[in-house]
Structures are given as structure tokens and as C-alpha cells.
Design a protein around this ligand. Structure first.
Ligand code: MG
Length: 452
């Protein structure tokens, strides 16, 4: 025991080692379990609306497993994705940086397409790459959408294993990849959620003895919708509900597996969506409930997501967190919990929200910037949200507002009542905030405008 004890974790490991070798009581050996770096599972739905889960108020979609996650963990009611469409939203989640900083957005093309030649630049650090430095096992199972050319695949961005489709399920061709190899084309989508889940469970079982990071971006409920035989026609909400209920089943399988493997207390599971519901798809799209707008829009319906965090023994059960938080916060939170230093050579847009999840402190985040493509459309600080530009949905025209629109989001979550004229001081403060933010943005080449 001459080795220097440098941290609490080292101390606990030493204690556990001594307890085991001396045959001391169980509670001492248990210290080893809690001292291990936590595992992370991020489950990411595609185009799921704010109001599409039972625990977020949907009247007929049945989501008992997600509701259980909320009951045993926390529900976050003011949680934002970093973009209103797939590609930029995913880039931001994995890097903790606004897509404008990585070139993963564009005003000309909303997302990457099968003829795209770009992808997440290798100068970016993903959560997976960072966690690899601490020996984490890493897997991405599901829709990638950060570059389908070999050099941009998950296996080139810190993931040991990949199984899934490289972009959206409405793009052709739709190959199914395992690592870098196409194993099916076109992908049989009816069994996709089931197959993703089986692969995810196998990954958890295979890595139960070391820290792991499972990034699990589901294909659904993005259109075209599919559900396996067991879930087809099972929901009162039609095929959309079927697809969501199958996702719920999948989440239940993941949670049950973690419990069965004895990993529940050491695994932080997060569930959310990449952007709001695709409203123009009508019955095939979801619902943002009382929030205005949907996918493609910087109204809250486009970027405020249903969000659940589960980590028994760490997150108090039944918590409802109304503070601001974002997918941008995953990067610093995971790295900090894993004892990985945050990179100092770049601007990060996320915050470590561990204390918020444990309910010991308020959120470090009070501001959210809303970009559509490469343009800043709106900003929120505290309860105030100011729009410089608005765009109803996917294909509508943008409208500039001068003076800007101002909403008190907590009084008026539907962004119905513009109260800018009563609060010139707030407008001035938010304009200063934007000016300051803009000084941190350096021009980079858009990856979405590169063709293959
Ligand atoms: Mg999406």
C-alpha cells in the first residue's frame, strides 16, 4: 500500500481490494462497485414530440417503461436539443458544441443526404472518443447521420462497435451496417427496433465488467413508420403509436437488463429525442402538445424534447426538473463523471449537469441559443425567449422580426403572446447576449454542402 492515494476513487478501490483480500464484510467490498466509473446509456428517439409519452401527457400512447423511468428517476420538462433537425442535433449531442462550430449545419441543406460527401470532422471530439481514454467499451446502435462514407462512420469516431442505418430511413438506398460492412439492403425496417435492442443487450452483457458507453439512437418514430408484428395495430394512436410503444418496450428491455446485471446503481440512462415532431406528416407525425411548432422550427415545439434521466441511488426517484438543460450538456457531464478532463482548445456549449440530476444544485445553464441551419433565430435566457427570425415548419419561408418577438416561456409555453413592447430592457439585454455569443463563432466550412 505504498502507492500514493490521489483521489477518493483510488481510496475506495484500495479499500475494496483490502476488504476482499481480508474477507471483510460485504459493505466494504461494495465500495468497489460504487468506485467504478459510471456507465452511460443515451437513448435517442427520432422526431418524437414533446407530448408523445404517457408521462408527458399523451392520452392514448401507452409507455409504461418510460413512465417507470420517470417514476424511478427524473423527468426534465425544459430540456432542449441543440437543433430542430437530425444531423446538427446529433453532432451537438456527441461533441457538446453547437453545430455552427463543427460545420455540421447549413442554410442550403438541412441534413446530410446519401449524395453527401461530408461528415463529422475528425477534429471534433465525441463522447465516445473521450471515454476511450479511460478504457470505456463504446457502441453506437441505430441511426448515425453524421456521415455515411467509411471515414466518418461511428468506428472512426470512438465507437468500438456499430450496428444501424447510416442516415434517415426515408433516404435511398437504406443499408444496414455492422461496423463498416453492409449486411442488408434495403434494411427490413419492421424488425429494426427489435434487432437494435437485441444488439444493445448483447453489448451490455458482454461489457458488464468494465465501464461502457452505449449511444442508442433509434430509427423511429421518423417516417416511414414501421413496427414489428407484436406492436402493429396495438396502439390506439395508429402506426405512430405502435412505433413509439415498441420504443418503450425497447427501453424496458434495457432497464431490465441493467437491473439483472446488477449495474443499475452504476449506470446513468438518459432518454430524449433529436428534434420535435414532423407535423407536416400529419397522422404519421407526433405532437408537441401545448408547444408551438415542430421539426424544422425554432419555436419550442421544434427543440424542446421529452427527457428522462434514470440512475437509481443517484437521481432521486420521481424528480421533476424544470430547470433548463440540453443535449449539449451530455458531453461535459459524461466526461466529468468519468474523470476525463474537458478539452481546453475549443469552445464547449454544454455544462456538467450532474448536480442538477442529483438534485443538489440548480442548473448551471440559463441560456439556450436556437439555430436553424447556420443562422441564429432565437435566444432564451431564464424564462425569456426572443425571436429574431421565425419559420413555422420545414418548408415555410423565414420571417425576420424587427423589433424581435419576446415571450415569457414559463407563463406562455405556447409562445402566443408577444410582449416585446413592455420589456425593452430585456430585449436590450438579450441583444447584448447575442452580440457576445457571436464573437465566439469562427467561420468553418459546412460539411453539409460537400457532395460525394
Ligand atoms: Mg429527427
Amino acid at each position: 500500500m505504498s502507492q500514493a492515494i490521489t483521489s477518493r476513487r483510488d481510496f475506495l478501490n484500495m479499500l475494496a481490494f483490502s476488504a476482499a483480500s481480508l474477507g471483510l464484510p460485504h459493505w466494504l467490498s461494495a465500495a468497489h462497485k460504487t468506485a467504478r466509473s459510471p456507465n452511460f446509456v443515451i437513448i435517442f428517439a427520432d422526431d418524437l414530440g414533446y407530448a408523445d409519452l404517457g408521462c408527458f401527457g399523451h392520452p392514448t400512447i401507452h409507455t409504461p417503461n418510460l413512465d417507470r423511468m420517470a417514476a424511478e428517476g427524473a423527468k426534465l420538462t425544459q430540456f432542449y436539443s441543440a437543433a430542430p433537425v437530425c444531423t446538427p442535433s446529433r453532432a451537438a449531442l456527441l461533441t457538446g458544441r453547437l453545430p455552427i462550430r463543427s460545420g455540421m449545419c447549413s442554410d442550403k441543406r438541412r441534413v446530410l443526404f446519401p449524395n453527401s460527401g461530408g461528415g463529422l470532422p475528425h477534429s471534433e471530439i465525441t463522447i465516445a472518443t473521450a471515454l476511450k481514454t479511460k478504457g470505456y467499451a463504446t457502441a453506437c446502435i441505430g441511426k448515425w447521420h453524421l456521415g455515411h462514407l467509411r471515414r466518418f462512420l461511428p468506428t472512426h469516431h470512438g465507437f468500438d462497435y456499430y450496428f444501424g442505418i447510416p442516415y434517415s430511413n426515408d433516404m435511398r438506398p437504406t443499408p444496414l451496417l455492422e461496423n463498416e460492412k453492409t449486411i442488408e439492403e434495403p434494411t427490413v425496417q419492421t424488425t429494426l427496433t427489435k434487432r437494435y435492442t437485441e444488439k444493445a443487450i448483447r453489448f451490455l452483457e458482454q461489457n458488464k465488467n468494465k465501464p461502457f458507453f452505449l449511444y442508442f439512437p433509434h430509427t423511429f418514430p421518423h417516417v416511414p413508420l414501421f413496427a414489428s408484428q407484436r406492436f402493429k395495430d396495438a396502439s390506439l394512436r395508429g402506426l405512430y403509436g405502435d412505433a413509439v410503444e415498441e420504443l418503450d418496450w425497447s427501453v424496458g428491455r434495457i432497464i431490465d437488463t441493467l437491473k439483472k446485471l446488477g449495474l443499475a446503481e452504476n449506470t446513468l440512462v438518459f432518454f430524449t429525442s433529436d428534434n420535435g415532431p414532423w407535423l407536416t406528416k400529419k397522422l404519421q407525425g407526433g405532437s408537441a402538445g401545448l408547444l408551438r411548432g415542430g421539426k424544422g422550427s425554432t419555436w419550442d415545439g421544434g427543440m424542446r424534447e421529452p427527457a428522462l434521466a434514470w440512475w437509481p441511488g443517484n437521481i432521486p426517484s420521481g424528480s421533476v426538473i424544470t430547470d433548463l438543460a440540453s443535449t449539449l450538456d451530455f458531453f461535459p457531464t459524461c466526461l466529468t463523471l468519468a474523470d476525463v478532463p474537458l478539452p481546453k482548445d475549443r469552445v464547449l456549449d454544454g455544462y456538467d449537469i450532474t448536480a442538477l440530476l442529483k438534485r443538489t444544485e440548480k442548473s448551471p445553464r440559463d441560456t439556450m441559443f436556437f439555430y436553424r441551419g447556420a443562422r441564429l433565430f432565437a435566444v432564451r435566457r431564464g424564462p425569456w425567449k426572443m425571436h429574431l427570425i421565425t419559420q413555422a415548419g420545414y418548408r415555410d419561408k423565414p420571417h425576420s422580426h424587427n423589433p424581435p418577438l419576446l415571450f415569457h416561456i414559463e407563463h406562455d409555453p405556447s409562445e402566443k403572446f408577444d410582449i416585446a413592447k413592455y420589456h425593452p430592457d430585456i430585449i436590450a439585454e438579450l441583444m447584448r447576449l447575442i452580440e457576445q455569443h457571436r464573437t465566439t463563432i469562427k467561420p468553418v466550412k459546412s460539411q453539409l454542402e460537400i457532395y460525394n
